[in-house]
Ligand binder design. Structure first.
Ligand SMILES: Cc1ncc(COP(=O)(O)O)c(C=O)c1O
Length: 385
């Protein structure tokens, strides 16, 4: 067992060795620019990019040419919101989203609000879900875009995207979804979900950091203003030399995810997560699940314990790597905006810990984490008596 045990797979995942193996040649001998059309280095790079695009599209249930490579989901989310807001073809000025989005969406909305756009942030219920009725009440022919994430990065709540997309389309708005936490984690089909735009990233699905994708449905109704200008790569939507090794890795990661779905690994992951929860529930007083007990991504477990100081608890667990709020945007000590949005008080949010079980965690590791967690919680509880 390698210590500390990594159970923070919502923040990032380790690169799968099989992914690393396929990307390495593109850092060494196959270093060509995919835009070089006059020699074999360029042709090989382009072929590799095309293959990866097909692999991603297959996992997403869309056409390869609908996938645009970016540097990650932060960029993809920015492209969706800014791209639609600044599109010359529309006079619509309202962007609708919800309170538990990643900061890459919420902060971009704030940026747009300061520049004259109307941004509407919808509340969620105690399970972290937006209701279709609430969305229907706020959208109109003024709405340019509705952006609702699929799986939440803190509490794992999974939204009914198909239903929400339908409501956006009824008023002629575009629909975007940040699917970072579900793509490659549960089977999903962006085509059938009827989304127009979606954000993906490789490092949450056993690929490297710094490579992501943006799904853009090919339809005359879907257009946006690029945010990066230059060489006109990626259908003119995202200029910049393609990150070929990263793209190859992302394609392999998508292919492996598909194999995992076929092999029933999802059930194994949920079973590991449930083993962790059952062990906690049976041994710790005053413990609760944040969010819905079942409707969540398979590896996610977010718990709170009455009166516990979670940051101190995490520091005391030397052999376990987990997280309190959202590690991707924990630049301040404010209570998690996701937990407060589902009704937690600031104190409850400060008593919460997020576990993200991943592909490489084992039953032995779950039991080890459980033992260390229960021991440290009891120490803190006893010191409070
Ligand atoms: C839901 C969600 N969206 C977006 C991001 C940002 O992705 P990236 O790190 O690829 O920019 C993250 C995490 O970092 C996330 O969890």
């Amino acid at each position: 067992m390698r210590l500390p045990i990594y159970m923070d797979n919502h923040a990032t995942t380790p690169v799968d060795p099989r992914v690393l193996e396929t990307m390495m040649p593109f850092l060494r001998e196959e270093f060509g620019n995919a835009a070089s059309s006059s020699h074999a280095y360029g042709w090989h790079a382009k072929e590799a990019v095309n293959k990866a695009r097909r692999q991603l599209a297959e996992l997403a249930g869309v056409q390869p040419e609908e996938m645009i490579f970016t540097s990650g989901a932060t960029e993809s989310n920015n492209l969706a919101l800014l791209g639609v807001a600044f599109d010359q073809n529309t006079t619509r000025k309202q962007i609708v989203t919800q309170a538990t989005e990643h900061s890459a969406v919420l902060d971009t909305c704030e940026f747009l609000a300061k520049r004259g756009f109307e941004t509407t942030i919808l509340p969620v219920d105690q399970d972290g879900l937006v209701s279709a009725e609430t969305l229907r009440e706020v959208v109109s022919e003024k709405t340019a875009l509705v952006s609702i994430m699929h799986g939440n990065n803190e509490i794992g709540a999974i939204q009914d995207i198909t239903r929400l997309a339908q409501i956006a389309h009824e008023v002629g708005a575009l629909f975007h979804s940040d699917v970072v936490q579900t793509f490659g984690k549960i089977p999903l089909n962006l085509g059938e979900m009827d989304v127009d735009l979606a954000s993906l990233t490789a490092h949450k699905m056993y690929g490297p950091k710094g490579i992501g994708a943006f799904y853009m449905r090919k339809s005359h109704a879907v257009h946006l203003a690029p945010i990066l200008h230059g060489g006109g790569q990626e259908r003119g939507c995202r200029s910049g030399t393609l990150n070929v090794p990263g793209i190859v890795a992302f394609g392999t990661a998508a292919h492996l995810a598909q194999e995992e779905f076929a092999s029933g690994h999802l059930d194994d992951l949920a079973a590991l997560r449930d083993r962790l929860w059952e062990g906690m529930r049976d041994n710790i007083k005053g413990i609760h699940i944040n969010g819905h007990p079942e409707k969540r991504v398979p590896g996610n477990l977010n718990i709170r314990i009455d009166g516990i100081d979670a940051p101190a608890l995490m520091l005391s667990m030397h052999n376990v790597a987990v997280s309190g709020g959202s590690a991707c945007d924990s630049h301040d000590n404010a209570p998690s905006h996701v937990l407060t949005a589902i009704g937690c008080t600031p104190e409850q949010a400060q008593s919460s810990v997020r576990f993200g079980v991943g592909r490489f965690n084992t039953e032995e590791e779950i039991d080890f984490v459980l033992a260390e967690f229960c021991r440290e919680v009891k120490k803190q509880q006893n010191s409070l008596l």
